[in-house]
Design a protein around this ligand. Structure first.
Ligand code: 13P
Length: 246
């Protein structure tokens, strides 16, 4: 059995005052029935960790190196040092805004492992790719190239986030989500064997309390990576509760 994960990606949102949302969540879920992860902006990781209770805290990106002359970058070791246990790599906003390739993301995942972090590797097709019927080909290639050899159920989580569903209120049909997740599971098992069976597969893109339960019922969906709806404790709490019940 794969333990499910409700993961929140705050993106570039949140000042210290926003940590009261985390306080509310930590009080509501002292012993959650699934893994709960919040990835706040790097500026909030240390204070978030101090008040997160059983909620795990992660980064949203890391550099491939340990340290050095890379102005503005943060290493996986730095994230681990302030209490992060996970780091998102390869989010489509990094791929698009910063031109990150799957090869770079693979190196970032290896950096995460080097620092003892779990890598949450994101993949997703664009609307043009979906409409051209290229979805599974694109995802197969992204997953193959972004995931290093040595991925295990413990060190890697995969998040499928269709680019066109992020922040748009548009969600693929349940059949479309199931088709992708089943294909990704098959690919992980073919490459990683039993570890591939254990790697958790999250869906992300416009997940809300109102659609969470039906998405969590889809085969091979082991949880969600949530953007906008993770910013408010009430909304994210509803998603966590739906996952606990799934
Ligand atoms: P939304 O939940 O706001 O669509 O964002 C999804 C996402 O990009 C999480 O990483």
């Amino acid at each position: 059995m794969r333990r499910k994960i409700a993961a929140g990606n705050w993106k570039m949102n949140g000042l210290t005052a926003s940590l009261t949302e985390l306080d509310t969540l930590a009080a509501r879920f002292p012993k959650p029935g699934c893994d709960v992860l919040i990835c706040p902006p790097a500026t909030l990781i240390a204070p978030a960790k101090a008040r997160a209770g059983s909620i795990a805290i992660g980064g949203q990106d890391c550099h491939t190196g340990v340290s050095g002359a890379h102005t503005g970058d943060v290493s996986a070791e730095m994230l681990a040092d302030i209490g992060a246990s996970h780091v998102i790599v390869g989010h489509s906003e990094r791929r698009d805004d910063h031109g990150e390739s799957s090869e770079l993301i693979e190196a970032k995942a290896e950096a995460a492992w080097r620092a003892g972090l779990t890598a949450v590797i994101c993949i997703g097709e664009s609307l043009a790719q979906r409409e051209a019927g290229e979805t599974l080909d694109v995802l197969t290639e992204q997953l193959a190239q972004s995931t290093p050899d040595g991925a295990t159920a413990a060190n890697t989580v995969i998040a499928y986030e269709p680019v066109w569903a992020i922040g748009t209120g548009k969600v693929p049909t349940l059949a479309q989500i199931g088709e992708v997740h089943d294909a990704l599971r098959g690919q992980l098992e073919a490459r990683f064997g039993a570890e591939g069976t254990g790697i958790r597969l999250l869906y992300g893109g416009s997940v809300k309390p109102s659609n969470a339960a039906e998405i969590f019922a889809v085969s091979n969906v082991d949880g969600a990576l949530v953007g906008g709806a993770s910013l408010k404790a009430d909304d994210f709490g509803g998603i966590i509760s739906a996952l606990e019940a799934a």
